[in-house]
Write a protein that binds this ligand. Structure first.
Ligand code: 7GP
Length: 820
């Protein structure tokens, strides 16, 4: 029986899911009720999205009691709450997730069949909520699900962007961006909270009044909350994802409207709404735009106000705040939380400045997701001063207070007229974490070396993780069924139980079924490629997958060079017993990242040429799938044989796709970078295809004059592939199109594509040979599944709770518990 933390006499008992006999008939009735009375549609007139929304509302209804019970338990227990502040939540679809976590899949399936509908069609109708760019945003979404599953009382705070990440289309091979419109149909999961709204100010100036700073802002907007309940596995706990939407303080200008100035009358509305209009589409490059800084302050300040309001409703001593609130900053985007918290405590609540700084720091902690210098946020002081004059003053005070502790003033958050947000976040956090063991060590030795020397206990590691509910259980039904048949269902929220699979590898039956699951997943994907992309592939070929944002450091172009070299070699000698391969790429390039867009174009042009070659067709196909998103990842990962994790060592902070692939039985070809290192340690070096320079060797290699030319000279395959690109073999209409790319690789090659190419080619040929022995390969794949359980985001969240937040898990009192 469960621990009764939140014992409340008058609390209605939350029905434990097992006791909650939701029949398909109940569910069908509530779908019809929502369709009729919420959506106002008659069944005969309803379209697929109406049914989808009605089903979502019927499920949401069943989440709400668990949600209230969880919040009530948290309130009455007095336990610490965790607040996860993130500019991005890359959620994807939620319907299947909610249904699976509620255990209502069969009921929903039957209810819909009764109504003459098909569950899969309905699931496929849901828009993919892309309120994030890539790894950082998807990590936040996995963390939300795990926070609920481990029972950690938590809120996620972010921005309710009207338009998420752009949609990607290819027009003659080039990336074209189109606006995304996930809110076009009625959003099914959120609750609009008109009563939870805060006024937030910008600009103006600061005056002094009897030693007290008074900020006189000149502009204000309102942040309004929208709540989405996030339900745990088996519905034991639910937390809130609270996203802020920007509204004008004064609706619209009636006077001007009455004067006939209709557009001008709506202006304040449009201006205010701009703040939550669109997600910045950048991934690991800094965006130095005023609007971006406004967005950051907007959601951070609204969240802090909400946190303090909740705290003050429950406690009257501000000194208790660090015991009741742990605030995690997901990268530096919410780093203005440091000065803003100090302002709220000192200016607005009269706490001494030094104590305010110490109190804020005891609440705050900061996760760093990249060491790439171009991605570390810096804001011009004059901009900070203009937009947030009081905060600029407080940043100076924080910096000065920190400097006092230094014998010589080595580190400052202010440099060359800019505010360095990483340094500011570090100074205002009691813990700072990296996202893989290697990345954390590099933080200590590079970007934060000085700060680490001053605060040797502040930096800790929390290796990333992924939620097994979405990334194994839902995404890979066949594998999940095999696992559950073999070891029971306990693995779903205790993923390291996957280790128990290994003793079954001796049974021929297990590995046969494992192989069958992979084969069927690949057959599904092959059919999908045929219908959606008009591409025929051999479903037994090696499915080699690289899916992630397009970036030089991730080296999609190294993969492409190897593809070209392989194609040429097959063409020259088609009967040499080649292992058939399908090279699959997907990913978006930031709209302003010219080089990445050229890589996109080049992949498409190379694919067109190779796929049209009848000689190599049995052995090599290239697919670049447009509009990569969470949903596409769910389709591709279960069908992958090979996971491409080939970043320049030292550049990929962790990776999380690498974990999803390993769990789903794809072998990794990878460098010693990010979490690859830890994956390899766990799965065993014999079950991982390692190649390339280490982070140290990368640094040394860059010092070698002419390293790229040398590497090209030494490898005829590389030279040949580059020559083909340079001579326009893939762009006959414009032979010089890729001179920028080839020139960069031949003369500059900062990411060492050329220097790692030979090792990469050799690793790929080892992979060809290994894949030819299917029994041995499937065994390695199954070992990857069995030994990757540690990469669950449940483990990661428990790590944060223990090492950073000092937070405890709670349970909703079950119906069997005695309530006092
Ligand atoms: C990413 C890192 O590139 C990736 O290696 C890591 O797994 C992920 O965060 C989660 O920790 N970083 C971003 O997505 C990003 O936008 C810019 O970083 C601050």
């Amino acid at each position: 029986t469960s621990m009764t933390v939140g014992r409340v006499a008058n609390a209605p008992v939350a029905s434990a899911l097992e006791g909650d006999l939701v029949t398909s008939a109940d569910l069908r009735d509530s779908i019809l009720r929502h369709l009729t009375y919420d959506l106002g549609k008659e069944p005969e007139m309803a379209e697929i999205h109406d049914w989808r929304i009605a089903l979502s509302l019927a499920l949401r209804e069943r989440i709400v009691d668990h949600w209230f019970a969880s919040m009530r338990t948290a309130r009455h227990s007095g336990a610490k709450r965790v607040y996860y502040l993130s500019m991005e939540f890359l959620i994807g679809r939620l319907l299947e997730d909610s249904m699976v976590n509620l255990g209502l899949e069969e009921a929903a399936d039957r209810a819909l069949t009764d109504l003459g509908l098909n569950l899969q069609d309905i699931l496929a109708d849901e828009p993919d909520a892309a309120l994030g760019n890539g790894g950082l945003g998807r990590l936040a979404a996995c963390f939300m699900e795990s926070l609920a599953t481990v029972g950690c009382p938590a809120f996620g705070y972010g921005i309710r962007y009207e338009h998420g990440l752009f949609k990607q289309r290819f027009v003659q091979g080039r990336q074209v961006e189109e606006p995304e419109d996930w809110l076009q149909q009625r959003p099914a999961w959120e609750f609009e909270r008109s009563d939870i709204a805060f006024k937030l100010c910008f600009g103006g100036e600061v005056s002094e009044d009897g030693g007290k700073a008074v900020w006189h802002p000149e502009e204000a907007v309102v942040a309004k909350a929208y709540d989405t309940p996030i339900i745990s596995w088996q519905g034991r706990w639910a937390n809130t994802l609270r996203l802020w939407s920007a509204r004008p303080l004064h609706g619209f200008d009636l006077e001007r409207f009455n004067r006939g100035e209709f557009a001008a009358a709506a202006e304040p509305e449009a201006l205010a709404r701009t703040i939550s209009r669109v997600l910045y589409p950048d991934d690991t490059t800094e965006q130095g735009k005023e609007l971006r800084l406004k967005q950051e302050f907007f959601f951070t300040a609204a969240s802090l106000r909400d946190i303090l309001r909740r705290f003050e409703a429950e406690h009257d001593n501000l000194r208790l705040l660090p015991q009741k609130a742990a605030i995690q900053l997901n990268d530096t985007h919410p780093a203005i939380a440091g000065p803003e918290m100090v302002r709220l405590l000192h200016d607005e609540r009269g706490m001494e400045l030094d104590e305010a700084i110490v109190t804020a720091r005891a609440c705050l902690s900061y996760t760093n997701h990249t060491l790439m210098p171009e991605a570390l946020e810096r804001w011009p002081e004059h901009l900070m001063h203009r937009l947030l004059p009081r905060h600029m003053q407080l940043i100076e005070r924080i910096d000065a207070a920190h400097a006092v502790k230094q014998p010589t003033r080595q580190v400052s958050a202010l440099e060359h007229g800019e505010v360095k947000m990483g340094e500011l976040a570090f100074m205002m956090a009691h813990k700072v974490n990296g996202v893989s063991a290697l990345h954390t060590e590099l933080m200590k030795s590079t970007v934060f070396a000085e700060l680490h020397r001053l605060h040797p206990d502040r930096i800790v590691n929390q290796t990333n993780g992924v939620t097994p509910r979405r990334w194994v259980l839902s995404a890979n039904r066949r594998l999940s069924a095999l696992i559950t048949d073999t070891i029971g269902e306990g693995w779903v929220d205790d993923l390291e139980q996957l280790e128990q699979l290994e003793p079954y590898f001796g049974d021929a039956g297990f590995l046969d079924r494992y192989a069958a699951a992979k084969r069927e997943n690949k057959a599904d994907l092959s059919n999908w490629l045929a219908t959606e992309m008009d591409l025929k592939v051999d479903p037994t070929a090696l499915f080699d997958v690289q899916i992630k944002r397009i970036h030089e450091y991730k080296r999609q172009h190294m993969n492409l060079l190897e593809t070209i070299a392989l194609w040429k070699e097959i063409a020259a000698n088609p009967d040499a017993g080649w292992t058939p391969r399908v090279k699959i790429f997907a990913g978006k390039a930031a709209p302003g990242y010219v080089f990445a867009k050229e890589i996109v174009h080049l992949i498409n042009e190379v694919a067109a040429v190779i796929n049209a070659d009848p000689v190599t067709a049995p052995y090599l196909k290239v697919a670049f799938l447009p509009n990569y998103n969470v949903t596409l990842a769910e389709r591709l990962i279960p069908a992958a044989d090979l996971s491409e994790q080939i970043s320049t060592a030292g550049k990929e902070a962790s990776g999380t796709g690498n974990m999803k692939f390993a769990l789903n039985g794809a072998l990794t070809v990878g460098t010693l970078d990010g979490a690859n290192v830890e994956i390899r340690e766990r799965v065993g070096e014999e079950n991982f295809f390692l190649f390339g320079m280490t982070a140290d060797e990368v640094i040394a290699r860059r010092e070698v004059p002419g390293h790229a030319a040398q590497a090209i000279e030494a490898d005829a395959r590389l030279a040949g592939a580059l020559a083909d690109i340079g001579e326009g073999r893939f762009s006959p209409d414009d032979p010089g199109r890729y001179h920028g790319v080839t020139g960069n690789l031949s003369h500059h090659d900062y990411f060492l594509v050329c220097s790692d190419f030979t090792a990469y080619w050799e690793a790929q040929r080892r992979i060809d040979a290994a894949f030819a022995d299917q029994n041995a390969w499937m065994r390695m794949a199954a070992i990857n599944t069995a030994r990757s359980g540690w990469f669950s985001s449940d483990r990661a969240i428990r790590g944060y709770m223990a090492d950073i937040w000092n937070a405890e898990a709670l349970e909703v009192p079950g119906p069997g518990d005695v309530l006092h």
